[in-house]
Design a binder for this molecule. Structure first.
Ligand code: ADP
Length: 534
């Protein structure tokens, strides 16, 4: 053994389970040869404690910007930036050789759901977007795109604007800096008729956990010209198993663009709008959860209602006029209802939420909604809680009461929005907290932990979650003695026998790491001592 090798100590690294420092260093040496030394960064304890945590535009890739447990709970051992699908395949093969787990991200802006950080401490973050960030193809005639993981909503929008495709619209979620591919894979949502992002994808290229590369749908037919036109191809349709999963790394994704859009409204509460403009302290001296009367006063001050529907009508003007007449006469039967058009509202001295939503409804990416992060403190953090329900008033009210009760118990103002989907409501609840205050973090974490079980008892499940709650949510999707989780584990063990790809994602652990204490249990039992029954 050389002196250099002898001096390698476990304590110098953020090691994944079952890997000692020597084999970690050997793995990194081999991976460095694949991507080049400038594209591989080893994280050390010292490196991970900078004074500043970064922010939305300068994101930490090794830990969660908005950590709700300890800062180093979900911490990466290294960050690797591959430059091609061949690089990815080679890295995956080496990961199998050394049992080094990989955690792929696209832009890593998974705000409120864990950011770029891996679920399993010591995993290597594979930054798929750093160099693989090209718009590979735009098909004007059929309104489709083929993208690499690093293409953000801003960059796709810019590409279409600057390359003669202005007639093609995209659907952007609230924040435009995220990856189109990453958001579709995590089944994120937007606000136009193309807002159901995963449904709008067509064709994938995927590196499997053994390093093999496949193309789904028509992509498996050589020389095909319909990869982005027909979603299914021939035989079983596997695309779904690569979303919110740890069964593959997506290197290319086709998506449909919007030539002729329709309408998709959101229903937002007063405070989410108020928080876009300013901090809580500018509206109220109260340090407590705001009372109903105080929220009424804020609504009056910023000129909105307690609930506000933002929507758009699309198509030729005569059609829009007809549609508006039907909508207006229906909605105006609601006591106290009123309406405004963006064009009739002064933009000066400051643009209103109505103007901001107008951009979003036109598919123009923006970052206005970052505003409400700071509701109770500067540099505030976000935890997302997002249960799904039918599109009924009764369900929306039940969910609102359920969340408000827990938020009040733990000292948080309710900030949320109901996004109307094709057949369901995405209820997006935004818990803002102060990560620099351990008590605020504890309350935020416990509040969501209890809400997950509250929701399950009422039959509501979350569509997506922060890394800290992946195991808990998998545990409430437990019909027929957890048959779904067992099915996922069967697939996982077949596809990833060494357990190297994103262990723990969506609560799916590979055999090698299952039941070894990496699952996160509830911090204490829920009030009645149980999660929902199968
Ligand atoms: P965004 O920047 O759009 O918010 P992220 O890059 O944070 O999205 O991705 C969200 C989640 O989707 C990640 O945590 C990861 O689990 C999954 N993911 C992202 N990109 C890929 C990819 N290329 N292959 C497989 N899974 C991915």
């Amino acid at each position: 053994m050389s002196p250099a090798q002898e001096s390698i100590k476990d304590a110098d690294f953020i090691l994944p389970p079952d890997v000692d420092a020597k084999s970690f260093v050997a793995a990194m040496d081999e991976m460095r040869k694949v991507v080049g030394s400038e594209n591989l960064e080893i994280i050390t304890a010292a490196k991970m404690m900078p004074d500043s945590d970064g922010h939305y535009f300068n994101l930490p890739r090794e830990h969660d910007l908005f950590y709700c447990l300890e800062k180093d709970t979900f911490l990466a051992s290294a960050v690797i930036v591959p430059g091609s699908v061949e690089d990815v395949s080679a890295i995956v093969k080496l990961a199998n050789k050394y049992l080094v787990p990989l955690w792929p991200i696209s832009r890593g802006r998974n705000l409120g759901y864990g950011g770029a950080a891996p679920r399993l401490r010591g995993s290597v973050v594979l930054d798929m977007g750093g160099r693989m960030n090209k718009v590979l193809n735009i098909d004007d005639e059929h309104a489709t795109a083929l993208l690499e993981p690093g293409v953000s909503y801003f960059s796709l929008y810019g590409y279409l604007q600057n390359n003669g495709h202005k007639h093609l619209w995209i659907d952007s979620p609230d924040l435009g800096g995220g990856s189109v591919v990453g958001n579709a894979l995590d089944r994120g949502a937007g606000y136009t008729p193309y807002g159901e992002h995963f449904s709008m994808h067509c064709g994938m290229e995927v590196v499997l956990p053994n390093g093999e590369i496949i193309r789904t749908g028509m992509g498996s037919l050589p020389e095909n010209n319909t990869w982005q036109l027909f979603q299914y191809g021939y035989g079983p349709y596997p695309d779904g198993i690569f979303s919110q999963s740890n069964f593959g790394i997506v290197t290319k994704l086709g998506i449909w663009l919007m030539p002729d859009p329709g309408n998709a409204p959101t229903i937002r509460n007063t405070l989410i709008d108020a928080a876009v403009y300013a901090q809580k302290a500018e509206y109220s001296l109260s340090k407590e959860v705001l009372t109903e009367t105080e929220v009424d006063e804020i609504a009056k001050k910023i000129g909105v209602g307690r609930w506000n529907i933002y929507g758009a009508l699309y198509g030729p003007e005569p059609m829009r006029k007809l549609q508006w007449e039907v909508i207006r006469s229906t909605l105006m039967t609601v006591p106290g209802a009123s309406f405004q058009f963006a064009a009739d509202v002064e933009k000066e001295p400051k643009a209103k939420v109505l103007h901001m939503r107008e951009e979003t409804l036109k598919g123009i990416p923006n970052t206005y909604e970052l505003g409400w992060l700071d509701w109770t403190c500067k540099n505030g953090s976000l935890l997302g809680f997002s249960p799904i329900s039918p599109v009924t008033g009764a369900d929306a009210s039940r969910q609102y009461e359920m969340v408000k009760r827990r938020f009040h118990e733990f000292g948080f103002d309710y900030i949320g929005t109901f996004v109307v989907g094709w057949r369901e409501l995405h209820h997006i609840v935004c818990l803002t907290f102060d990560k620099t205050d351990p008590d605020s973090r504890r309350r935020a974490h416990r509040c969501i932990e209890l809400l997950i079980d509250d929701a399950a008892k009422l039959g509501y499940g979350e569509y997506r979650t922060h890394t800290a709650f992946m195991d808990q949510i998998a545990s409430v999707y437990n019909w027929n003695n957890n048959s779904t989780l067992r099915f996922n584990e069967t697939l996982k063990d077949a596809l990833d026998p060494n357990g190297i790809l994103a262990p723990g994602k969506s609560g799916i652990w590979p055999k090698r790491l299952r039941n070894r204490g990496f699952e996160i249990q509830r911090s204490s039992p829920t009030s009645d001592g149980a999660s929902s029954k199968p």
